[in-house]
Write a protein that binds this ligand. Structure first.
Ligand SMILES: Cc1cc2nc3c(=O)[nH]c(=O)nc-3n(C[C@H](O)[C@H](O)[C@H](O)COP(=O)(O)OP(=O)(O)OC[C@H]3O[C@@H](n4cnc5c(N)ncnc54)[C@H](O)[C@@H]3O)c2cc1C
Length: 458
């Protein structure tokens, strides 16, 4: 790319896992001397946020193919001691099933043997920090800068307008990695907001010391599955646990909590159509009290853990998705605008959101590397990503339909949920076969290391 008259060759909106991985990947394939800018609206990305994330074989392979050193840093945060067991508990805290740690280890061994990589659980914020601290010098990271809208310029470049500044930032290629309420996608596609799935999620991390003080056993993962809410405590590394609670909106309402007070959808940007944007600031004290109200009477250990965590350590958001049936190459952008990560494919938090964002980063860079001067390879990138993403989105819909059919939140609107046999043995066999072939499709993906561009920028 040749962009002497522009501020950057590439401007990435969003400094989450997708945007940061894209900055790394593009810096590998663009001619030396090219510049990459990243706009991140969060004024302090160093403040720990979020809970844990599971990087699976496909996401880790993408990271390794982008930069082996990034993969090494992430793999180094792997558990130093194994998980003793996973407990399934009722909401009252009664243990109904214990899965020994060896079962999980066997799964890891199988993953390693079959796909060459095993999953890594790490705090979401650690992943962001690994990616941020390793950014090459050619990347300018602009923190606390919120994009509002963009404009196509006559010379084929893009001008991005940010809050509080008149002068736009210009670039040859705009990459939107701005999350599931992507303002770039909204302007480009104007296809309405993603569907709210009537679930509000609370995420945070908790130290082992705090978890044990609350009454949990060291080295144990704990899972609660109830029709009104689900809870998950899982170890992300030797000292940190991830704590995630998802609440059904009908249950919140039953408890006298207005779910909309826990969502950040607010006003639209003036001048743009539609009326949706993640703009409202959440009252996290209110959110924590709402969580405690909705879980009143649940496992005392869980309640004690929640009470011990400050309100401002929680990330609270709604679950928003788009349907696999509607997935289309245009969701990955058009012309000199590329869309990646949750912005392109918001799915249920099944763990594939981050993994697919890392894959997007890799494949976008591969396309740009094939044609660094023009943008012709981006069409192939979009078509291939839509093709790969469709079954992944579909799998999360089928999983949700199965999980929630027990509760009041049955996903009857999800298109084409399979008709299942009534014979439990046949049902299990069908499920195992499906899971095996899906795993092969997902984790068997081949990604060669990105090759550095040989040309220098003119
Ligand atoms: C604070 C936070 C905590 C999270 N915690 C977890 C977790 O614990 N576990 C988990 O599985 N997933 C978590 N996620 C979601 C997870 O990051 C995504 O599902 C997935 O990794 C895809 O990443 P992404 O980069 O596409 O999107 P995101 O991670 O959502 O990143 C989008 C980024 O774009 C920025 N942005 C949005 N609009 C603008 C704008 N107008 N101008 C500038 N910047 C903008 C956002 O601030 C954000 O940093 C979290 C996301 C966030 C934002």
């Amino acid at each position: 790319m040749v962009a002497a008259a522009h501020d950057h060759d590439v401007l990435i909106v969003g400094g989450g896992p997708g945007g940061l991985a894209t900055a790394h990947a593009l810096s590998k394939v663009l001619p030396s001397g090219s510049s990459i800018g990243v706009l991140e609206r969060n004024p302090n990305i160093h403040r720990p946020q979020g809970a844990g994330i599971s990087l699976d074989a496909n996401g880790l392979k993408a990271l390794r193919a982008i930069d082996a050193a990034l993969y090494e840093s992430v793999a180094a945060s792997e558990l130093s001691t194994s998980i003793k067991a996973s407990e399934m508990r009722t909401k009252a805290g009664e243990v109904t099933r214990t899965i020994p740690g060896e079962v999980m280890e066997a799964q890891d061994t199988m993953m390693l043997a079959r796909y060459g990589v095993k999953s890594v659980q790490l705090p979401w914020h650690d992943l962001v920090m690994v990616l941020f601290h390793a950014l090459p010098k050619s990347v300018e990271f602009m923190q606390g800068v919120k994009m509002q809208r963009y404009e196509q310029l006559a010379d084929g470049s893009v001008a991005v307008f940010v809050e509080g500044k008149e002068q736009p930032v210009t670039a040859r290629l705009l990459v939107a990695s701005d999350g599931y309420f992507s303002p770039v996608r909204r302007q480009l596609l104007d296809d309405g907001p993603p569907d709210f799935k009537d679930v509000v999620i609370f995420r945070t991390t908790i130290s082992e010391e705090q978890a044990v003080a609350a009454g949990f056993k060291a080295g144990y993962n704990v899972l609660y599955f109830d029709e009104e809410a689900c809870g998950l405590l899982f170890r992300t590394n030797s000292s940190t646990y991830s704590l995630v609670v998802s609440l059904q909106t009908w249950h919140l309402e039953k408890c006298g909590v207005d779910p909309s007070t826990l969502l950040r959808t607010g006003d639209a940007v003036p001048g743009l159509s539609g009326s949706w944007e993640l703009s409202r600031k959440l009252d996290l004290e209110h959110a924590k009290v709402s969580l405690q109200t909705a879980l009143n009477g649940w496992d005392p250990a869980l309640m004690k853990a929640i009470a011990s965590l400050p309100a401002d350590r929680w990330v609270v958001h709604g679950v928003y998705c788009r349907s696999s049936a509607k997935m289309d190459p245009s969701h990955f952008g058009a012309g000199n605008v590329a869309i990646v990560g949750d912005a392109a494919h918001p799915i249920r938090p099944t763990g594939q959101g981050a993994n697919m964002a890392l894959e997007d980063a890799y494949f976008l860079a591969q396309a740009v590397g094939r044609d660094p001067i023009g943008l012709s390879a981006l069409g192939e990138f979009r078509a291939a990503r839509a093709e790969r993403m469709r079954p992944v989105m579909r799998q999360s819909e089928v999983g949700a339909a199965r999980a929630y059919k027990r509760g009041a939140a049955a996903e009857v609107d999800d298109p084409g949920a399979p008709v299942e046999p009534s014979d439990p043995e046949a049902e299990n066999k069908q499920r195992e076969d499906e899971q095996r072939s899906f795993r092969d499709f997902l984790y068997g993906v081949v990604m060669e290391p990105l090759r550095a561009a040989e040309v220098a920028k003119a």
